[in-house]
Design a protein around this ligand. Structure first.
Ligand code: NAI
Length: 507
């Protein structure tokens, strides 16, 4: 196995902004002498003072001994000129996100550093291959993509350009691990892993909003309480800033030659045009002014508990529903599986969405009183569920379906009859993108799941989640979305298709 750089190795960090300072802190904490360079006079010294204050805070909290904090601070040196970095074994660049500026810097560095020195860029959107094209020895350049804030976020994407030598990527991988991080390896493709695979988290929510599926607060609440995501997509976009989020979406879309998978949303374009950039400008999807009241999610009013609840079959969802009803001392009967019906009450039939609208499902199954429920990360513990109701469903039957779910302890949010509701279509598209990244050799299955759990805090890796849903079900959802929209955006990844057929048994 390739060794990490020794803690005796000198690390240089160029750019003393948010990322550079964080990376310098991580390397110094791991025992390296770190030279920090910035072309803004005083910026490196100022960043070092900030890092030392962080070390002191950690010492005050007992996370570091006072001596270790002092020693780590003393290992940070402000460099005045690029020539001061000649003894570095690794240079990590975290300067302005501009290809020409980065190329010029690396060319200048090549003239200064030793032959064995590894060059790394913290870029989040520029091709490592393209940066390397300006170098005499592009094989020693790789991406070392930390997440913000670098001292706290565990994930580091180690990104190989076309010319990057595997030993260089392996050394960076081992070094990031020695620094206490969880590295993953990726090929230099647009968005690398996280910024590519995360696109549907925003895109599907924006589509559902655009189609009047529900308001932002309701969709956010469903994604948190049923999907298990830490933040809903709208509050998250408001936090990231629409200028930043829209720019990333645009750059990934353009970089994939306008693949409709990544098509940006007019809603977000409008917010950017209006200057409604989110929290930082006081307004985005939500109002952040002092007098603003955060809107509550729409929750169905309490319905009478139905007396004729039947739960069908032994699927994981059926078992979870039965357990919740038992816990709440609600009487119900259990029946053998009946197609993909989950439960019934008051004439309504409940199913988990398979990507069809409730209305289409009602017609296909000849059951007008069809109510669909959304995906939940864990049906046993979810506190809220989204539902959609077929156009043909009478209101008494719909109320019985709500009453059943409420009796099981769910808050219910009724969405318009959107295909795939919100959690299911989002997770299906996250898994679809993750599968394409693997299928196209960007990274392996374990890397994509690790990257999404640690880079954007998803409660489950998208491919592990796909397996939990079942590849059959997942591909049905994607096929129905593709049918409804007729857009290439919803095409099923060849890897998912392969897994679907590979699981079939010849008879
Ligand atoms: P920043 O604007 O906070 O800091 C950049 C620093 O680089 C500034 O102090 C600036 O004076 C300095 N600088 C600019 N050109 C320079 C040059 N030619 N030589 C020396 N110093 C120079 O930017 P931030 O956010 O720290 O980003 C830096 C890099 O990290 C960018 O490539 C960005 O895409 C990437 N990145 C940013 C993340 C974020 O969330 N902010 C996350 C992951 C990567």
């Amino acid at each position: 196995m390739t060794q990490a750089l020794s803690s005796q190795a000198v690390i240089a960090v160029i750019g003393a902004g948010a990322m550079g300072a964080g990376i310098a802190q991580v390397a110094a904490a791991a025992g390296h002498t770190v030279k920090l360079l910035d072309n803004r006079p005083g910026a490196a010294a100022q960043a070092i003072a900030g890092i030392c204050a962080q070390f002191e805070k950690m010492a005050a909290k007992g996370k570091l001994s006072p001596q270790a904090s002092k020693d780590a601070g003393a290992r940070l040196l402000a460099a005045g000129h690029i020539a001061d970095l000649s003894d570095a074994a690794l240079v990590v660049e975290a300067i302005v996100e501009n290809l020409q500026v980065k190329q010029t810097l690396f060319k200048d560095l090549e003239a200064v550093v030793s032959e064995g020195c590894i060059l790394a860029s913290n870029t989040s959107s520029i091709s490592i291959t393209a940066i390397g094209a300006a170098l005499k020895h592009p094989q020693r350049l790789a991406g070392l993509h930390f997440f913000n804030p670098a001292p706290l976020m565990a994930l580091v994407e180690v990104v190989s350009g076309l010319a990057t030598h595997q030993d260089v990527a392996d050394t960076l991988f081992a070094t990031a691990a020695a620094w206490g991080k969880t590295p993953v390896q990726a090929k230099s493709t647009p968005g690398f892993i996280v910024n590519r695979v995360a696109r549907p988290y925003y895109a599907e929510a924006l589509r559902v909003l655009n189609e009047g599926g529900a308001d932002c607060a309701t969709l956010d609440a469903v994604m948190r309480e049923a999907g298990g995501f830490r933040m809903g997509p709208f509050e998250l976009m408001d936090m990231i800033g629409h200028d930043v989020n829209f720019a990333v979406t645009n750059s990934v879309w353009r970089a994939f030659f306008n693949d409709p998978r990544f098509l940006p949303s007019l809603i977000q374009q409008d917010l950017v045009d209006a200057g409604f950039l989110g929290r930082k400008s006081g307004r985005g999807f939500f109002d952040y002014s002092a007098s603003a009241v955060k809107p509550l999610p729409a929750t169905a009013p309490e319905q009478v508990q139905p007396k004729d609840i039947v739960v069908y079959g032994q699927s994981a969802v059926a078992q979870a529903l039965a357990k919740r009803l038992q816990t709440n001392q609600v009487s119900f009967t259990q029946a053998a599986a009946d197609g993909d019906a989950l439960a019934s009450a008051g004439g309504a039939t409940l199913r988990v969405t398979d990507g069809r609208t409730a209305t289409r499902c009602a017609v296909d199954t000849h059951l007008p009183n069809t109510v669909l429920i959304d995906l939940a990360l864990d049906y046993q513990t979810a506190t809220r569920l989204a539902v959609s109701v077929a156009a043909h469903c009478d209101s008494a039957a719909a109320n019985s379906a709500m009453g059943l779910l409420q009796a099981a302890g769910f808050a219910v949010s009724q969405l318009q009859d959107i295909p795939g509701l919100i959690v299911m279509r989002t997770v299906a598209m996250l898994a679809n993108e993750a599968a394409d990244a693997v299928n196209q050799g960007v990274c392996d299955t374990a890397a994509v799941d690790t990257a999404m759990r640690l880079g954007v805090n998803y409660p489950c890796g998208p491919l592990a989640w796909a397996n939990a849903i079942g590849i059959d079900k997942l591909s049905t959802v994607l096929a129905h979305l593709a049918q409804t929209y007729g857009e290439d955006r919803y095409r099923t990844s060849p890897l998912i298709q392969h897994q679907l057929y590979a699981a079939k048994v010849f008879s």
